[in-house]
Design a protein. Structure first.
Length: 193
């Protein structure tokens, strides 16, 4: 259904994330993947959705001059927001352990922004999901990091992985937003094109 509406567009997903690629594929949309290395640095005064909006937009900038009239570029960014600070991707084991220890027995927000860019237009949307973890033991955290190596995930965890299955006790909002794409909002936006 959506693919018919988008037949005039060449959809480009600028993401290495296998989760984002799969979620977009699950919408039955034809798309291509293009990636560029981008240093994800944002001004320190930004908070919450301002960070993800800024980074989703930043990720689009290296591609803009390459876009044709019928290209639609999708870029995205996800953070875990906890205690008024952003938890990005952990750089190493210790950082991953520390992040999960902080999230243990606490509630945090997962914020994802999507930037849709064409040659002449740009639109940014975002979504927030509230996630609560049970108290995680050190053994559970160590097992998860050793087995799943969550160094490419904001907040050092993937909701779809073992830690999400055994650790998350409450979820308010979109599950898929936590995976990296608020698919329901993206679908609505693409339908409105």
């Amino acid at each position: 259904m959506l693919s018919n509406k988008l037949s005039n567009y060449n959809i480009i997903l600028a993401s290495n994330s296998p989760r984002r690629q799969q979620l977009l594929k699950d919408l039955d949309i034809d798309f291509e993947i293009r990636t560029k290395e981008i240093e994800e640095i944002y001004p320190s005064e930004l908070l919450g959705t301002e960070i993800t909006d800024f980074l989703a937009d930043l990720k689009s900038k290296p591609f803009i001059d390459e876009l044709n009239e019928n290209d639609l570029l999708i870029t995205s960014d996800t953070i875990v927001w906890f205690n008024n600070k952003a938890l990005g991707k952990p750089k190493n084991y210790d950082e991953a352990f520390h992040m999960l220890k902080e999230l243990s027995n606490n509630t945090h927000q997962v914020i994802t922004s999507i930037c849709l860019s064409g040659k002449e237009h740009k639109h940014i949307l975002n979504d927030t999901t509230i996630v609560t973890f049970k108290e995680l033991t050190d053994d559970e955290i160590n097992y998860y990091i050793n087995t799943y190596k969550p160094f490419d995930k904001a907040g050092a965890y993937g909701i779809q992985e073992w830690i999400g299955k055994i650790g998350i006790t409450k979820l308010e909002g979109s599950y898929f937003n936590v995976m990296g794409f608020p698919v329901h909002k993206l679908y609505k936006e693409l339908i409105n094109l």
